[in-house]
Write a protein that binds this ligand. Sequence first.
Ligand code: AHR
Length: 511
Amino acid sequence: MKKYSHILWTLLFPALLCAQNRIVLNADLGHDTISHNIYGHFAEHLGHCIYGGFYVGESNTKIPNRDGVRTDIIEALKRLKVGNLRWPGGCFADTYHWKDGIGPKDKRPSMKNVWWGGVTEDNSFGTHDFLNLCEAIGAEPYLAGNVGSGTVQELADWVKYTNQETGSPMTDLRKANGRDKPWRAKIWGVGNEVWGCGGNMKPEYYANIYRQFATFMTDWGNSDHLFRVASGANSSDYNWTEVLLRDIPHNMLEGVALHHYSVIDWNKKGSATNFSEEQYFKTMKEALRMEELVTRHSTIMDKYDPKKKIALVVDEWGGWYDVEPGTNPSFLFQQNTMRDAMIAGTTLNIFHRHCDRVRMANLAQTVNVLQAVLLTDGEKLLLTPTYYVLEMYNVHQDALLLPLDLNTNDYTFGDEKLPAVSASASRDKSGKVHISLVNIDPNHPQEISIALRGIKASGVSGRILTSGKVQDYNTFEHPDLVKPVDFKGATLSGESLKVTLPPVSVVVLEL
Ligand code: AHR
């Protein structure tokens, strides 16, 4: 044996020195479709998401707008292909009375936004504004109904107002307010975080309340039935999901929500831009926890709903840090770096791989709040690294998920480790295969060899989002520091693809 040991070392040493990431892509084994609704966003009456973000009003502004909504935002969101847009909250939803936000704007009552800084809410952005905005950007509306402080009647009336063709006081009211045809809003949330800001309820109590509210929410003759989403668990509260699936009849439940934010420590979240590698590692650990959360919530759902009729709806996710210095602490305005791009790329890969159950998700939030895709400063609009990840990934929308086996190197920090590479793949309706890859390691590039099974690729192209440091971000002075460019790091030879991902990078390949 000794005689041959040097030969063994010669063969093994290079492999040990540079462990190889390997992917086997099974392009002929697709079964499930990645819903466009995984690419949903969230717009709450919070800080400058709606007012000073989306909505600048029709008068007294030089900013180009359509019925008060910024035209540059409409165009940016059209390019993003927003699956659905959730509104008006969040915690705000369970204080919101929709009838305050219809009719002549100068006659609408004002209220205090008790959750977000106690600012005056003048209700100038209401139901018509939101549903017309969804039409303008081509997104499905997702209305979050008020269960915490609202009534069954109020929510049932909202459904009638938006969806019933004719024949009731609500439809007459809609027509009197200038909208003849109903919008036919399909997706409805029945309360938000009812375990917390939405009413501090226990799951058994909420399950009963849900049954009552959902009974009076009907589709009013739409060919598409309403898609009702029950307020879901906070991260790993598995009992919450268990009780809802057990106690709510499945013919009145289309989706169950889940909220999970990537936060290092709720009491010490840390800066959005000025963070250490330790903080980065901890954020990514929380982001990657999404894999375990959706797996375990799905397992509970499988027990009660083995045919997977009810969707898991991750309707709040993203990174949450301290607000930018000097900004209102209640407005949750944070910058967005390559760390956020890593959260977005890895989380979407997780959702893709679980698309049989995760059929909807909403990144929190669209403009100027938390992990925003867009930031505004007066007339200026900035696209964040997160925006670019969602834009690069939108090729996966409504495409067939292609299963893959991934063997990845570790990203180690101290004595902890995380998978360095994250991946998912799909085939779109025109036959193109897309592979999205993320390297979260800030210190090492990753070389990946991909075995292509069940596909004869004739060429490969791609785009990459990366930057020198994981702390890099776009500013209003330098809005193009982080943006995608063509990717030249992939070579195809027969049924094998070699890819080198730089540290902290997101790549989407097209075959
Ligand atoms: O997205 C900000 C807040 O986070 C939402 O209002 C609430 O639902 C969650 O706690």
